[in-house]
Design a protein around this ligand. Structure first.
Ligand SMILES: [Zn+2]
Length: 815
C-alpha cells in the first residue's frame, strides 16, 4: 500500500477508524500485547466466489465455496473472519450435496463446527451464502466506520456527476467484509471470482478473465481466475464504465483502466510500467511471475494506492492531464512502488503486520531503484534524502522497524516501516555491495515465493549469500529503533589529519556503522578509507604531508543519521566542487544558504535540476537575488532552463522584483504548456499591473490546474465575486489533502463571506468539513480555530440576510 505524503504529516484516515475501534483498550495496555505470528490452525486452499451487487442498497450478494485443510494438528472446527454480514447458509460440500453445519456468528467471526475431526492436510470444502452490507458495518463499541469498509460503492445511483464505481480495499483485514475468509497475511489461497454486473460496466479482478456470459436480465457475468496462491488482503474487485488502454511487457498484458476522459493520457501516466517490469525482473534475476498486470483508478479512494495482485488500485491523484505531465509525472513513484510489491508483498508476503516492512521497505526502495535506473543517481539520491527527511520529521525514533507491540495494526503503516525501512535497505546494499544485495534478494524470493516470511528469513538469505554474520545489522536496524546523531570534527597537526566522530544521540544506544572516509589532497584527488564507528567517540588518524583540502565522512552519503559536520566554508566549497554525490553538493549549498555565503550561487549551474531549484528557493528566501549578476543569471534560467519547475521558480523570482523589463518574459510564458511556468508568469503580470490581474485570471481560468490554478484562485478569492464560486469550489475539491489545503481551506472559507446564495454556501462549507474530517483528531485543535473564525463570519453574513437556518447549521459544525 502506498500512503500519500500528507499521511506522514497528518497520519492516516484509516488509522482513525481503528483507533475508534480499539479505544476500549486503555491507552498503554497495547504495550504488553505481543503481536507475533498468527496461529495457523486451518489453511485456506481455494476460494471460489460468485457475487452480484445491489447498487441501490449498496449490498453484495455472495456465494462462496472455500476449501481448507488443517495446517498440522487435527481439528473439528474453523473460525472465519466475516464482518457485518447476513449469513444465510453454511454447509459442507460432499460432491454436489450440501450438509448444513452448526455455527455461531457475532458479526465479526464465524465459529463453525465441522462434521468430524480433520487431520493435517485433509481437505474439506464449505459452502457459504451471505449478504455483505459494508455501509451498515459497525465494529464493536464504535460508530459506523468509513475507512475499513472493504467494499466501496461510489455514486452508485448516479445522482452526481462523479464516476459510478465499485472497488475494494483489503489491507489490512477488510476484505472479510465482502467474503468470509481467514483474513490474515500468512494465508495463501487459489482464487476464482465470478462477478455479475450491469452489462454496460467492465470488471477487473486478480488473475485472468477466463469467461464472460451475457444474461437475459441485462447483466453480464465475468469469471476471473488466479493461477497462483494469493493472500486474502490482496483480493480485488473493480466495476465501472472504464476505458481499457492496452499495453504489454513481452507477452504479458499490462493494461490501464481509466475514465474515458483520461484514455488519451493513460500511457503518459502509466506508460513506464512495462519498462519497470523489465528492469525489476532483471535486477532481481527473477521474472514477473503473474499472468498479467492491470492498474485501475478509483474515485474517493482513501489511500494512495494498493498492490492487489495483478490489479493495482490507484487513487485519483494518478489522473493528470497532458499539461500537468509537462511538469513531471507525480505518480511515477507510486506506480513503481505498487509494481515492486508484486515481488515483495504479493509473491513473498509478510507473515504478520508486525513484519510489514518486508512488504513496504522494498516497495519504498523500489522508488529509489527505478529513479536511479531511469533518471540517474542524483535524482535517486534526492529521493533518498526526501524519504529520510520524511522519517526524521515523523518523530518516530522510538519505534522498532519490526514491531511486535502496537496499538492497532494500521499504526505500522508509517514512516518507519516505509521510509526508514527503505533507507536501511540502501545502507545494507552499500555494506554488502550491489552483487550480493541483489543475489540475496533473489535467494529470499526463491525460498519464500508464494509463502509468508518474516524478517529473520531475509537475514538468513543475506548471511547465506555473503558468508557474513548479519545479526548485528538486524538487531540494530530491524529489531531496534532510532538513528545515530553524529558530531564530526577535524584537526590537522604535524602531518596527521585527525577525524573525531562523536555519537551524540541521547538514547544511550551506540550504533555500529561501517563508514567510508575520503581524504582529498587537492581538487578531486582522494584516497578512500573504510572504517567502523562503534563507540561513543571514535578518532581516526590519516597521515598527510599537508592539510587535506577536504575530508568527507560518509563519503557514499548513505547513512541514516543526523549529522553535524564541522567544516569550514572553504571545505564546503571543495565538497561542492569535487565530491561526487547529490548530498555532498546539497550539504554544501545548505551550509552556504545558512551562512549567507555568496558561494550559494554556485548551485545555479548544478547539473541536477533539483539542486538548481533548491538554490533558487534559498536565494529567494535570503533575498539573494539582489546581486545584479545573480539576477541576470536567474533571468537566463527563466528563459532557458530545461526543467519546467526550475524555469517556473526563476520566473517566480523575477515576478517579485516587479520590474517592467521582465514583462515580455511573463507575457511569453503565460501561455506555456506547464501550469507551473504559466502560474509564475501570471503572478508576474498581476504584480506589474494589479488592475489587470482579475481580467487575466479570468482569461486563463478555463484551463488552470497546479500553480496556475492556485494563482487564479488567489486572485479570485481576493478580487472575485460570487460568479467565481464554481471555479473555486472545484479548485478546492481537486487540491490533494495535505497541509497546504488547510491554508486553502481558510482562504476559501473567508471568500464565502462574500457569497450570497445559501445553497452554494452550504455546499462549500460541507466540502470544507469533508476535508476537515479527513484530518486525524489529534491535529484538529491546531486547525479548527482558523475554520471556526471564518465560519462565524459566514454565519453572521447569512444571518444578516435572514438565512437563519443556514447560519444555525454553520454554527453547529464546529461546536
Ligand atoms: Zn506499499
Amino acid at each position: 500500500m502506498k500512503r500519500i505524503i500528507l499521511i506522514l504529516v497528518f497520519c492516516s484516515a484509516t488509522a482513525m477508524a481503528f483507533s475508534q475501534q480499539e479505544s476500549q483498550v486503555t491507552d498503554t495496555a497495547w504495550k504488553h500485547i505481543y503481536r507475533g505470528t498468527y496461529p495457523r490452525i486451518n489453511d485456506l486452499v481455494n476460494t471460489k466466489l460468485s457475487v452480484s451487487f445491489d447498487y441501490d442498497k449498496q449490498w453484495l450478494y455472495g456465494e462462496e465455496w472455500v476449501t481448507l485443510e488443517p495446517h498440522f494438528y487435527p481439528t473439528d472446527s474453523l473460525i472465519l473472519d466475516a464482518k457485518g454480514m447476513d449469513i444465510k447458509e453454511i454447509a459442507l460440500m460432499k460432491g454436489n450435496s450440501k450438509t448444513p453445519l452448526k455455527y455461531a456468528y457475532d458479526s465479526m467471526h464465524l465459529r463453525i463446527t465441522l462434521d468430524k475431526t480433520y487431520k493435517g492436510g485433509e481437505k474439506y470444502t464449505l459452502y457459504l451464502k451471505y449478504v455483505s452490507k459494508p455501509n451498515d458495518l459497525k465494529l464493536p463499541g464504535s460508530a459506523a466506520i468509513t475507512d475499513a469498509k472493504g467494499l466501496y460503492f461510489i455514486n452508485p445511483k448516479g445522482l452526481t456527476k462523479e464516476h459510478t464505481e465499485i472497488w475494494t480495499q483489503g489491507e489490512t483485514e477488510s476484505n472479510s467484509v465482502w467474503f468470509p475468509t481467514i483474513d490474515k497475511p500468512d494465508q495463501k489461497t487459489l482464487e476464482e471470482i465470478s462477478m455479475t454486473v450491469p452489462a454496460k460496466y467492465i470488471t477487473l479482478s486478480n488473475g485472468l478473465l477466463i469467461h464472460q456470459k451475457k444474461n437475459a436480465d441485462g447483466t453480464r457475468t465475468d469469471d476471473w481466475k488466479m493461477k497462483y496462491p494469493n493472500s486474502p488482503y490482496l483480493f480485488f474487485m473493480g466495476v465501472g464504465d472504464y476505458a481499457i488502454v492496452k499495453d504489454h511487457y513481452k507477452e504479458i498484458a499490462v493494461d490501464y483502466y481509466v475514465e474515458k476522459e483520461y484514455a488519451p493520457v493513460a500511457r503518459k501516466i502509466f506508460g513506464e510500467t512495462p519498462a519497470m517490469i523489465g528492469f525489476f525482473s532483471k535486477i532481481l534475476d527473477f521474472p514477473y511471475v503473474w499472468t498479467k498486470y492491470d492498474q485501475i483508478v478509483g474515485r474517493e479512494y482513501v489511500s494512495g494506492a494498493m498492490e492487489n495482485t495483478t490489479a493495482t488500485l490507484h487513487q485519483d491523484g494518478a489522473y493528470q492531464n497532458a499539461r500537468q505531465l509537462v511538469d513531471g509525472n507525480e505518480w511515477e513513484n507510486t506506480i513503481s512502488h505498487e509494481l515492486f510489491h508484486h515481488w515483495f508483498g504479493d509473491l513473498v508476503t509478510t507473515e504478520s503486520w508486525s513484519n510489514i516492512t518486508l512488504n513496504e521497505s522494498f516497495a519504498n526502495y523500489s522508488e529509489y531503484l527505478w529513479r536511479e535506473h531511469r533518471y540517474g543517481k542524483d535524482d535517486a539520491d534526492a529521493e533518498n534524502f526526501d524519504e529520510m527527511q520524511g522519517y526524521l520529521l515523523s518523530g518516530s525514533s522510538d519505534k522498532d522497524l519490526v514491531r511486535f507491540y502496537y496499538k492497532n495494526r494500521e499504526d505500522v503503516f508509517d514512516a518507519v516501516s516505509y521510509n526508514k525501512g527503505g533507507r536501511i535497505l540502501h545502507m545494507l546494499r552499500n555494506y554488502v555491495g550491489d552483487a550480493a544485495f541483489f543475489k540475496s534478494l533473489n535467494e529470499y524470493l526463491n525460498l519464500y515465493k508464494f509463502k509468508p516470511a518474516e524478517a529473520q528469513e531475509l537475514r538468513l538469505a543475506f548471511e547465506d549469500v555473503t558468508g557474513r554474520d548479519m545479526n548485528w545489522f538486524w538487531n540494530q536496524w530491524y529489531y531496534g529503533s532510532g538513528q545515530p546523531s553524529l558530531d564530526i570534527n577535524y584537526d590537522y597537526q604535524n602531518g596527521t589529519e585527525r577525524v573525531i566522530v562523536n555519537q551524540t544521540q541521547n538514547t544511550g544506544k551506540i550504533f555500529k556503522l561501517p563508514v567510508a572516509i575520503d581524504v582529498y589532497s587537492k581538487e578531486a584527488n582522494k584516497t578512500r578509507y573504510n572504517v567502523w564507528l562503534d563507540n561513543p567517540s571514535d578518532t581516526f588518524y590519516f597521515a598527510s604531508a599537508q592539510k587535506p583540502s577536504l575530508v568527507n565522512v560518509d563519503a557514499d552519503k548513505v547513512l541514516l543519521a543526523i549529522k553535524n559536520d564541522n567544516k569550514s566554508t572553504d571545505e564546503f566549497e571543495q565538497q561542492y566542487k569535487y565530491a561526487p554525490n547529490y548530498l555532498d553538493r546539497r550539504e554544501a549549498l545548505e551550509y552556504f544558504a545558512k551562512n549567507n555565503s555568496s558561494n550559494l550561487s554556485l548551485g545555479l549551474d548544478d547539473k541536477y535540476y533539483g539542486l538548481r531549484l533548491l538554490t533558487l528557493e534559498d536565494l529567494d528566501m535570503n533575498n539573494g537575488y539582489s546581486d545584479a549578476a545573480v539576477l541576470k543569471k536567474i533571468e537566463t534560467m527563466a528563459i532557458k532552463d530545461p526543467n519546467k519547475k526550475v524555469q517556473a521558480k526563476a520566473i517566480g523570482i523575477l515576478a517579485k522584483v516587479e520590474d517592467k523589463k521582465y514583462q515580455p518574459i511573463f507575457q511569453k510564458y503565460i501561455t506555456d504548456s506547464s501550469y507551473s511556468v504559466a502560474g509564475a508568469a501570471l503572478t508576474g503580470l498581476a504584480a506589474l499591473d494589479p488592475s489587470q490581474s482579475y481580467a487575466l485570471a479570468k482569461k486563463y481560468s478555463t484551463d488552470a490546474l497546479g500553480d496556475l490554478g492556485t494563482e487564479v484562485s488567489a486572485i479570485f478569492m481576493s478580487q472575485g465575486s460570487e460568479g467565481d464560486f464554481d471555479f473555486l469550489l472545484n479548485q478546492f475539491k481537486k487540491e490533494p489533502v495535505g497541509q497546504d489545503k488547510v491554508i486553502s481551506g481558510y482562504k476559501f472559507a473567508n471568500y464565502l463571506i462574500k457569497v450570497n446564495d445559501p445553497q452554494k454556501v452550504r455546499e462549500a462549507v460541507d466540502e470544507i468539513m469533508k476535508f476537515r474530517n479527513q484530518i486525524p483528531e489529534k491535529y484538529r485543535s491546531y486547525i479548527d480555530p482558523g475554520f471556526k473564525r471564518a465560519f462565524d463570519n459566514i454565519s453572521a453574513a447569512q444571518k444578516a440576510k435572514g438565512n437563519t437556518e443556514l447560519s444555525d447549521y454553520i454554527d453547529n459544525l464546529l461546536k
